[in-house]
Design a protein around this ligand. Structure first.
Ligand code: PEP
Ligand code: MN
Length: 259
């Protein structure tokens, strides 16, 4: 798959940020077409979804993986998807170009090692209350298996503030880049939990030097099975991506030609 055998930096953002987004949706395949046209470089969809309540929709499982394979086939976009459990790893590894390890599993050391052994590029999300050192040590579990293609993801942390879901830790971007050679990806969608905050946080992250943005997009967020309030509209994505490109330029990153 294009670009995935290159060093980690180029998995999501060839050469530099280019602000072309990694995009996620819950299940709608049509989103893949929308975002591809606007220049997204990867497509993220969760077949296995960690949910705070066990009574909420937790993904389509095997069927979700099949839909992702279809999205990949149709668009040619590499696929990012989460693996929550080592028992699902063989099936996930068949489809995933990048395996996501969710915030709640950041310190699931067995999972980290097993994912490391697959050699598949891995997006490691920072735990809800994890220090950067803990994130970097979690990354080491994957790296030590010989898998060097790890992307670190800042997705907001718990603070005393309750006005929004999580506090996006922008300071983590330059600090992680100072401490590590690994690319730093920012997820403004899960951090904010609100559509109106996604753009300002994305601009700030890009200007602060993020190597990529992972953003939730849906053709009709009102109809999304989960996370609708934080999803930007498919019809707004191209304009959003263009603005993020401009912010990335402030950080001296080259702009993506595709947006
Ligand atoms: C997700 O990315 O789908 C997700 C649930 O995010 P996090 O693990 O950061 O909460
Ligand atoms: Mn989500």
């Amino acid at each position: 798959m294009r670009g995935l055998n290159a060093p980690p930096r180029s998995i999501v953002a060839p050469a530099s940020l280019t602000a072309r987004a990694v995009v996620s949706v819950c299940s709608r395949l049509s989103t893949a077409d929308v975002v591809k046209e606007a220049g997204a470089t990867m497509f993220r969809g969760g077949a296995y979804k960690p949910r705070t309540s066990p009574y909420e929709f937790s993904g389509l499982g095997q069927e979700g993986l099949r839909l992702l394979a279809e999205a990949k086939e149709r668009t040619g976009l590499p696929v990012v998807t989460e693996c929550m459990d080592v028992r699902d790893l063989p099936a996930v590894a068949e489809v995933a170009d990048v395996i996501q390890i969710g915030a709640r599993n950041m310190q699931n050391y067995t999972l980290l090692s097993e994912v490391g052994r697959t050699g598949i590029p891995t997006l490691l999300k920072r735990g809800l209350s994890s220090r950067l050192e803990e994130l970097l040590m979690a990354a080491e579990y994957i790296l030590k298996e010989g898998n060097e293609r790890v992307l670190l993801c800042e997705r907001g942390i718990r603070t005393f503030e309750t006005a929004y879901r999580f506090t996006l830790d922008l300071t983590a971007i330059p600090v992680l880049k100072e401490l590590s050679h690994l690319p730093v990806i920012v997820d403004p969608s899960h951090a904010a939990g609100r559509r109106d905050l996604v753009e300002p946080l994305s601009l700030a992250a890009a200007a602060a030097g993020a190597d990529g943005i992972i953003v939730e997009v849906h053709p009709q967020p009102e109809e999304a099975i989960c996370d609708g309030p934080q999803q930007i509209r498919g019809s707004d994505f191209a304009e959003y991506a263009a603005k993020v490109e401009q912010a990335a330029a402030l950080a001296g990153k080259s702009l993506g030609a595709a947006v």
